[in-house]
Design a protein around this ligand. Structure first.
Ligand SMILES: O=C(O)[C@H](CS(=O)(=O)O)OP(=O)(O)O
Length: 238
């Protein structure tokens, strides 16, 4: 078993995806929003690449959420905000989500054997589920606007660290080792550290400080979102 960590959407290749378990990480905020949405009663999430695709799926049972460059989209119910979405019980509803980076990352990993969604909030549950598959794992950081995002790398590093504890013989690529070292060095600064990253600063300028604090918490949720055809479901409901 081997873990590869990929730093951005641009870097992912078919070799990283085919025949592997892929964990998509977009800490600020798409993967944190997906994990939280399934904890808040949503039956499923449909990630889509464009606003028009989202509107095409609108119905009385759907809720539309998303952003473009952090801003809520006109006509949508919510921004891509986990702390706002979790204020309400959404039992029986389906979430349609489109975001600047995270939903594109999911799209590019569509051919994975198993595609999971991870972040700090569900780190242990997510890597544990990936290890159960007993095959190679790709930890896929979405990044932000074509660049590596430190918050994604730190969550990847945490998962690498947890994987090594659970499966000491697991091999890792050099970038995985670097991200683990980075996490071990910087983890004491969480969640406040997230305010200093590029995406953290951007979200702060749009007043999403509650989301930043929330997304920097480790293991407060046990849900593991998994992609089945074009929907994302909670692993416990599959
Ligand atoms: O608003 C978000 O949550 C971010 C915006 S940014 O482009 O990373 O600044 O989108 P996401 O797709 O969750 O990374």
């Amino acid at each position: 078993m081997r873990i590869e960590t990929v730093s951005t959407v641009e870097e992912i290749t078919t070799e990283h995806v085919n025949g592997r378990t892929v964990i998509v990480i977009d800490v600020l905020r798409a993967s944190s929003t997906m994990v939280t949405a399934l904890t808040s009663g949503f039956d499923s999430i449909t990630p889509v690449g464009t606003v028009n695709e989202a509107f095409a799926l609108q119905s009385k049972n759907t809720v539309l959420a998303g952003e473009w460059h952090c801003e809520k989209i006109d006509g949508f119910d919510y921004n891509n905000s986990p702390t706002v979405i979790r204020k309400k019980d959404h039992t029986g509803k389906h979430l349609v989500l489109t975001t600047t980076n995270g939903t594109k990352a999911v799209e590019k990993a569509a051919k994975a054997d198993m595609l999971l969604i991870g972040c700090f909030l569900n780190a242990t549950a997510c890597i544990t589920e990936a290890l159960v598959q007993n095959g190679d794992i790709t930890i896929y950081c979405a990044g932000s606007r074509n660049e590596f995002a430190l918050e994604d790398g730190l969550a990847a590093g945490l998962m690498v660290h947890l994987a090594k504890k659970q499966a000491p013989s697991i091999e890792t690529c050099d970038f995985s080792k670097a991200m683990e070292a980075c996490f071990l060095q910087l983890s004491k600064g969480l969640p406040d550290l997230l305010f200093t990253t590029t995406t953290g600063k951007r979200l702060t300028s749009h007043n999403y400080t509650d989301d930043i604090k929330y997304c920097g918490q480790i293991d407060i949720l046990q849900i593991v979102p998994i992609k089945k055809e074009n929907r994302i479901l909670s692993k416990t409901n599959t």
